[in-house]
Design a protein around this ligand. Structure first.
Ligand code: UDP
Length: 336
């Protein structure tokens, strides 16, 4: 069988590899001039810069970890986050470590006001009360143990020579066409038995039902000889940016000059990138209609954050591709 994969992010690369491993012919088309999607990183001077925002890998899924470990070794990176709040700079998620910094304990309402409400309203552009539980609960309100890591998953690490290198190895031997017009893949579609589409689902259908809402980000980078005192400093306050981070920390590098970035959330429009789907309220209602169209689309599998309009972590995108590609393979006759 021949498969056309549209998009070379996590979902596209994972699907391409899994199908190629089973002996299928695969071709990947990508609009950007690089593979790896938003995980893409590149060296700026001596520091690895995460071009589309910080990516910190973590999972409890052993199969996902083992799959990725075929393409990279890992640096043993321990991710912690601090937040600037009305009560000063504290470690988050809230834990006994935070209580010692504050010199007292807070109840759940106080934690919500201190850490979540202002940051979330900046990030999502809507009042806290309108955010779904799935987003409100992504970062735990409180931890009761001494573990001050941002993620507590069993498997954590940063690809030893970066995400770009990991995805390049995943695509080893697979034809990849980068820098192509976003619609150009449609011209070769008839040559293929199946399509895996990982772009925006509303774009796939020419925005015929309207545009889905996404949140975007504007990055302000600066080169600096001074390092930040922490890898990530969240701004849980009214400053216009949500977080500031030091790229040298993520790859455990020690360059003469690092790159420090501030993230400013904003609404997505055609001039910027659709980083975060908003699968709640009107966004969810519109997505359901696109999903119905997608279900009627023959031979096309929609995968990933943009095509399934869901806030997937990196490991979830890999896991989703594993399950769905396995589904395609199980449908094929044995000799295919
Ligand atoms: N969040 C918050 N304050 C923080 C950190 C996170 O309110 O200091 C909320 C916010 O709504 C954010 C969500 O938790 O969008 C998920 O945070 P995470 O750090 O996982 O965001 P990501 O890295 O995916 O942007």
């Amino acid at each position: 069988m021949k498969f056309l994969i549209v998009g070379a992010g996590i979902s596209g690369c994972t699907s391409a590899r899994l199908l190629a491993d089973e002996g299928h012919e695969v071709e990947v088309w990508e609009a950007r001039d690089h593979t790896g999607g938003n995980c893409h990183d590149e060296k700026v001077g001596g520091v690895t810069v995460h071009k589309y925002g910080p990516h910190l890998f973590h999972t409890n899924d052993r199969k996902v970890w083992e799959f990725l470990s075929r393409f990279t070794q890992w640096k043993d990176y321990r991710h912690t986050v601090v937040a600037d709040t009305a009560l000063g700079r504290i470690s988050i998620p809230y834990s006994p470590v935070t209580e010692r910094q504050l010199g007292r304990s807070l109840d759940d309402d106080e934690i919500r006001e201190l850490i979540f409400v202002e940051y979330s309203e900046k990030q999502w552009g809507i009042p806290w009360g309108e955010l779904p539980a799935a987003i409100r609960g992504r970062v735990p309100t409180r931890r009761t143990d001494e573990d001050d890591r941002y993620f507590t998953d069993a498997y954590q690490g940063q690809p030893a020579d970066g995400y770009a290198a990991m995805f390049a190895r995943m695509l080893d031997g697979i034809p990849v066409r980068t820098g192509r017009d976003k619609q150009a893949w449609r011209e070769v579609r008839h040559d293929c038995d199946g399509v895996i589409y990982t772009g925006k689902i509303d774009e796939y259908f020419g925005y015929s039902l309207g545009r889905l809402p996404y949140r975007s980000l504007r990055f302000e980078h600066r080169r600096s000889r001074e390092r930040l005192p922490h890898a990530v400093i969240n701004q849980c306050n009214r400053l216009p940016y949500t977080r500031e981070y030091d790229h040298a920390c993520f790859s455990l590098e020690n360059p003469e000059e690092t790159v420090i970035t501030r993230e400013f959330p904003l609404a997505h429009d055609p001039s910027n990138e659709p980083y975060y789907p908003m699968p709640f309220g009107e966004g969810q209602a519109l997505y359901q209609k696109y999903k119905e169209l997608a279900a009627a689309e023959p031979g096309t599998l929609f995968l990933g954050r943009l095509a399934t309009y869901s806030y997937l972590d990196m490991w979830m995108a890999v896991a989703q591709a594993m399950v769905k590609v396995r589904g395609i393979l199980n449908q094929q006759p044995a000799e295919a």
